[in-house]
Design a protein. Structure first.
Length: 650
């Protein structure tokens, strides 16, 4: 556990749900929890029939005959886009705004449900015209433009499997993901706006596609008007849509047909393609979105996540659209053109629900309360956070300065693998505590266990497990069932899902997350594997050995610190230091670039040869080094520490 998190835990601070909020909230008692505890498969089945419009209603809820390969609603048939779009239009809700999209340069586009459906149908036909069909994989590599959700939905319309790759990934990381899934098509843009600059998406795709023989075509959205190289296999999005037929009936999908895969980092260098299927995923998205955000018909809901991450999938696209919500999409970062940007948008569009990452909140705090005070943000009624633990100081600032002490805060814990929120306060019911994700949504069964799998005592830290299947759970890792079993279901038996997170409960039974227990770092809410960084570094000709660790960072939560041993005959230099950090950025993406890169004559290892990661962390954080008597060569440490302190200006 991070010492900082432990020090911050303060179970005595409580914020009860505001009376006015609780009075109107969807959930203000525990009857749904009780119903789910009494019969959880019946509970999910009832909701599946109520919330989803099926072309063929399921008759079975859970099939648990072959754990951990669980199936949900397996004889049901549906199409997600019908649930997200057509059914609202058919019910007379076509004129409701689905998205107000705001471009980074300030341009805006308002898209109604009817218009979104029309765009999705045309895009779906364009995909078909390019030979994409049910089960084919499509990589999507775009900035946050409307064409991103439209592409995802167009795939879902025809049963193609989307694999969205965050636009910050570098060409080789994109190529790895395309190759792993044998994608047929990439949808990208001529460029993407980010912090006032253009990211040359098409150039990056061209570099990646050169390594990917399965790609037949590249569909290119025009966004930045920048010149791009062109081949016969490239097609402009607008040309393809103009040539496509307008109507595309939704493809009936089995509930267990794959909807999408999304790559995430694990403890090895190879990213995992997390597979989600159609029926259970949609149910998890719909219900969690309703319950946690207390969605009402007139809400203006803003989840600031990029669709390159799972939060964007579930809480920008599928959950909100299936619930007929009006959403905001902002193309840029909160920092551009100034740190006031988000508050200006909240003010102008009268946003009622705002859901973001603790990293963004910490950065906004740095800009000072004046940035938010300049705007009227009184339209807000509910705030959320996701992606990493929130430190209580940030929570309290958010509560006071953004929420005016009247908005409940939902600290939502979940993962790419869980598909939807698992732990969160329920805004009309839960007494919140700054830094705690409180407890499970109805139907979920989190249990904190020790090494042997036995439940730990109240107050003790342990491994967070989920001990009951849930509809939106991952089904496998693309192409690697064995890795799926080994990663998540081996540690405590094949019916216990191992999350990779540590947690503990307090005396009220509320849950506090304690960070990852594996070699995964969470930088600004992005999951990065230390092994991925290490293997990138040793791929550089100057490097003999490398170790990467996560160290505390006041804004990003964690920063990456890398320790590098150079090959014989190679000299340390500031140029090489910059070159190595740049190498990781080119290999994986800028967000994976080490903030601290240290040359080490040797890595501190125990006498049995294990790298002492705790010691490396202390060096990076400028802390006391503690007992180093088990080291092979204690003098090494002082050299590395002196360099670290100099780099960090200590
Ligand atoms: P991802 O799959 O990229 O969304 O990352 C999931 C991981 O982010 C989890 O395993 C946690 O380590 C971390 N995480 C997500 N939400 C929270 C939260 N509310 N509190 C603490 N950690 C979180």
């Amino acid at each position: 556990m991070s010492d900082a998190i432990e020090a911050h835990m303060d179970e005595t601070r409580r914020v009860a749900p505001p009376a006015e909020f609780a009075k109107h909230a969807r959930i203000h008692d525990r009857s749904l929890h009780d119903e789910a505890e009494a019969d959880f498969t019946g509970f999910w089945m009832k909701r599946a029939l109520e919330e989803i419009t099926w072309t063929k209603e399921p008759t079975v809820s859970l099939n648990d005959a072959n754990p951990p390969f669980y199936k949900w609603f397996e004889d049901g048939e549906l199409n997600l886009t019908y649930n997200c779009l057509d059914r609202h239009v058919e019910a007379g809700g076509g004129d409701k705004v689905a998205y107000t999209w705001i471009g980074e340069p300030g341009d805006e586009r308002v898209i109604t449900y009817r218009e979104l459906l029309a765009d999705v149908e045309r895009a779906a036909n364009a995909l078909k015209d390019l030979g994409v069909g049910k089960g084919d994989r499509v990589a999507i590599y775009l900035g946050m433009v409307p064409e991103l959700p439209i592409s995802m939905l167009a795939c879902a319309r025809i049963g193609a499997i989307h694999s969205v790759v965050f636009g910050g990934f570098a060409a080789s990381a994109l190529a790895d993901r395309i190759q792993d899934a044998s994608c047929k098509l990439v949808i990208t843009g001529d460029g993407a706006w980010r912090r006032g600059q253009i990211i040359p998406l098409k150039d990056i795709v061209d570099e990646a596609v050169a390594m990917c023989p399965t790609i037949e075509n590249v569909l290119v959205v025009r966004r930045t008007e920048q010149d791009v190289a062109w081949t016969d296999n490239d097609i402009w999005w607008h040309d393809a849509l103009a040539a496509a037929a307008p109507n595309c009936p939704p493809e009936p999908m089995n509930a267990e047909d794959v909807l999408f895969m999304l790559y995430t980092s694990g403890t090895t260098a190879k990213p995992k393609g997390i597979v989600h299927t159609s029926g259970g995923y949609l149910l998890g998205a719909i219900l969690s979105h309703q319950w946690v955000f207390d969605i009402r018909p007139d809400d203006v809901y803003w989840c600031t996540a990029d669709c390159g991450w799972v939060t964007g999938h579930t809480y920008v696209v599928y959950g909100p659209l299936a619930n007929h919500t009006t959403g905001i999409i902002y193309e840029g970062t909160p920092a551009h053109p100034t740190w006031e940007r988000h508050w200006e948008i909240v003010h102008k569009h009268k946003v009622t629900i705002y859901y973001t990452a603790p990293t963004a909140i910490r950065a906004l705090i740095k800009a000072g309360p004046e940035a938010v005070e300049k705007y009227d943000v009184s339209s807000l009624r509910l705030l959320g956070t996701v992606g990493e633990p929130i430190n209580p100081e940030a929570w309290i600032w958010y509560h006071e300065h953004v929420g005016g002490e009247r908005c409940p805060i939902v600290d939502t814990w979940w993962q790419t693998e869980t598909g939807s929120i698992v732990l969160s306060p329920l805004p009309g019911l839960s007494t919140t505590k700054p830094g705690s994700a409180i407890g499970p949504l109805p139907g979920m069964k989190p249990v904190i266990v020790d090494e042997q799998g036995a439940e730990v005592a109240t107050g003790d830290g342990g491994y967070l497990t989920l001990q009951r299947p849930w509809p939106s759970m991952l089904r496998t890792i693309w192409g690697d069932d064995q890795r799926f079993v080994d990663t998540y279901w081996n540690r405590f038996g094949n019916t216990v899902y191992f999350t990779g997170d540590g947690a503990r409960t307090d005396h009220d039974g509320d849950i506090w997350l304690l960070g990852r227990v594996d070699d995964v770092i969470n930088v600004a809410g992005h999951r990065i594997s230390t092994t991925e960084i290490e293997s990138s570094l040793v791929g550089h000709p100057a490097v003999a050995e490398a170790a990467a660790i996560g160290a505390e960072d006041p804004i990003k939560g964690e920063m990456i610190a890398a320790f590098v041993i150079l090959r014989d005959g190679i000299d340390q230099s500031e140029e090489l230091r910059a070159d190595l950090a740049g190498h990781v950025a080119t290999d994986i993406g800028k967000f994976a670039k080490p903030s601290l890169l240290l040359f080490a004559p040797d890595l501190p290892k125990t006498r049995s040869g294990k790298i002492m990661r705790r010691l490396l962390k202390n060096i990076a954080e400028g802390k006391e080094l503690g007992d180093a008597t088990t080291l092979r060569d204690p003098a090494i440490i002082q050299t590395i520490k002196a360099d670290a302190d100099r780099q960090m200006g200590r």
